[in-house]
Write a protein of this length. Sequence first.
Length: 380
Amino acid sequence: PRMTDRRKTISPISSHDMRKRARSRIPRFAFDYVDGAAGEENAACRSRAAFTRTCLRPRILVNSESRADLSCRFLGRSWSVPFGIAPLGLPGLAWPGADLAFARAAEAFGAPYVCPTPATQTLEALRAAAPKRSMFQLYVGASPDITEDLIARAEAAGFDTLLVTADVPRPGKRLRDLRNGFGLPLRFSAGTLLDLARHPAWAIATLRHGAPRLANLAPYARPGAGARTLAQVMAAQSSGRLDWDVFGQIRRRWKGRLVLKGVLDAEDAALAAAAGADAIQVSSHGGRQLDGAPAPLDVLPAIRAAVPEGFPIALDGGVRSGEDILKAMDAGADFVFVGRPFLYAVAAYGPEGPRALFDVLANELEAAMAMTGRKDLSRG
Ligand code: FNR
């Protein structure tokens, strides 16, 4: 007789639970890469603290019955929820095939997936997995030829939205990675081997899949260039010349929608709008760059006040629940991106995880809307 469907149905409760499970399921160096931040991790803590100290405004006796409408428009498109997956470099370290799982989950859910330059699968393959929902995140590296080639490839693959990440003029100083001696390609010290032996599911999946690599950048690698630290790889590919002139060149070059990611200052926000950005993403890179960076949620109102009326603003950093998403929107965000929780989800549950996280966050957001007396996300 046919066996019943043996696919495990997973029912994670929250992004925090996913983080806990991720922590025990993947090697320490991989978890630290995902979970860590720059310096003393103050900026990362601050991003979270801004959410925990912010309250929503409860309203009663409104809309208790019908399900709130989570759909919204952003960058000229309709989305089923007002949040998506932030660009996450080297996600294959959280779980093999993570990028593809993200792209597929976003496409199925009707939410954006941002394919990062340092993806562990090619932008062409990821675009194909999320043909209606994907955007491309560009790092401007040391070589203008590589930057141009990446833009041309993104265009040819059919991406219509480009996010230029501007907060990496230097690689972030991530103490956990430095202490773990974490670099690319992965080196296997005695400590790493022990770490792998303690996390056999990850180790076996990774063996089967092959060690994660920066698939988009592989064509430009010099053969036999040898091992370099992650900091060196990142520096070459993400910390090239990027100023308002270069941003202007990219604006003229890119026909689609252009988003400047990594804005934390009201003056920069106004400059971005004047330079022809179609939107900005208020972000401190999850606290992984400048440890003294303010919380995105805290600076959002001043940034909102500094840009033209109706100028689209996305926010990321520290969003861990549906209530957080609503708080960000109340503070002036049109759209929200979620970073680490998607990595926790895939580390905790494999390819099924991202889809489950979309469900968790959407259900939390819907409940929060009901408890704040909202039927939909329209303002006013
Ligand atoms: C990132 N982030 C990021 N941003 C970007 O523009 N390009 C990238 O390649 C990466 N890579 C990356 C890797 C990892 C492991 C993390 C955690 C983050 C930053 C990301 O897009 C986003 O700004 C933050 O993750 C948002 O903060 P939370 O949601 O992680 O708190």
